[in-house]
Design a protein around this ligand. Structure first.
Ligand code: SF4
Ligand code: SF4
Length: 293
């Protein structure tokens, strides 16, 4: 891995085998609104850009989020990264995302930030991201062929207008590619998440891998669609299935050699707290934090 990449991820528990044992991360669920509809999303739950869908995280204001981050940092000194991963889209709900960063960096100036997003609104916020302590951004990209996009995204909301069908997927695709190039130009690392949807984009993720590698993404995280009855009335079918472990591994093996693959993402909740593999989110709910303040 190039030195400039390693330097940025060495303290991030998700990326470094070493850091995984010594550093903790947390997510705060401050961004409930979203500007696209993914066929696999149920808005009652967390965004699956980064989080395990089917989980409802505790939603909070930027002020509450800052109190919570300080409370966690006081009790979990290994805390090194704060991520905003929903429950909607961090860059569509950018006011709340950036206000959270402002509130937190006043109190904890050394903490690193990361965001995850579908990428549609991202090109408008690259400079603002670069102004904060951001080392990397996660963009969820499920297709580079808008025809396939029509099977995944029924609509998007962009510049005050709602688009459907091929128009929607073309705009989303162009904005996602523009995001990758703009982030690379600012030296902000990009990880790409893709949700593997059997029969829809599973074979196509090879093309996605090549396209994101060409635009400088340092890591590709292929996540299985988590099929849940609450999510299963989409795709014009009831019960779109997720891939089985053998199918996921087969795809990951085929992708080895392209953009670096991440195989150990835990699809943490949008309010996850602690070392990777540990979930302290219930120890830091707002009622407990309010009682302490
Ligand atoms: Fe749902 Fe996330 Fe897709 Fe928005 S980007 S529709 S919150 S899965
Ligand atoms: Fe790390 Fe994946 Fe969890 Fe994000 S969702 S904190 S990348 S393991």
């Amino acid at each position: 891995m190039p030195a400039h990449v390693w330097d940025k991820i060495k303290d991030h528990p998700c990326y470094s085998e070493e850091a995984h044992h010594y550093f903790a991360r947390m997510h705060v669920a401050v961004a409930p609104a979203c500007n696209i509809q993914c066929n696999y999303c149920n808005r009652k739950y967390d965004c699956s850009n980064e989080s395990r869908p089917g989980v409802t995280s505790e939603r909070m204001t930027p002020e509450q989020a800052a109190l919570k981050v300080v409370a966690v940092a006081n009790k979990v000194p290994q805390l090194s990264v704060l991520g905003i991963a929903g429950p909607g889209d961090s860059m569509f709900d950018w006011r709340k995302t950036f206000e959270t960063f402002r509130q937190v960096e006043k109190r904890l100036p050394d903490l690193k930030f990361c965001v995850s997003t579908n990428g549609l609104a991202l090109p408008d916020h690259i400079d603002a991201l670069a102004d904060h302590n951001i080392d990397h951004v996660t963009v969820t990209i499920n297709m580079v062929d808008p025809e396939i996009g029509t099977l995944i995204y029924p609509w998007i909301y962009h510049n005050g207008k709602r688009y459907t069908g091929l128009d929607a997927s073309k705009i989303l695709h162009e904005r996602q590619m523009e995001s990758l190039e703009a982030l690379a130009s600012k030296n902000i690392l990009v990880k790409v998440n893709s949700v593997m949807i059997p029969g829809i984009n599973d074979q196509h993720l090879m093309d996605v891998n090549a396209a994101i590698k060409a635009r400088g993404a340092f890591l590709h995280n292929v996540m299985p669609l988590i099929s849940d009855p609450a999510h299963g009335t989409h795709f014009g079918l009831t019960g779109q299935r997720g891939p089985n472990p053998a199918e996921l591994k087969d795809l990951q093996d085929k992708l080895a050699g392209g953009a670096n693959l991440m195989r150990h993402c835990r699809q943490c909740r949008a309010d996850a707290v602690g070392m990777l593999g540990e979930d302290l989110s219930q120890d830091f709910t707002m009622d407990k934090i309010d009682a302490e303040v």
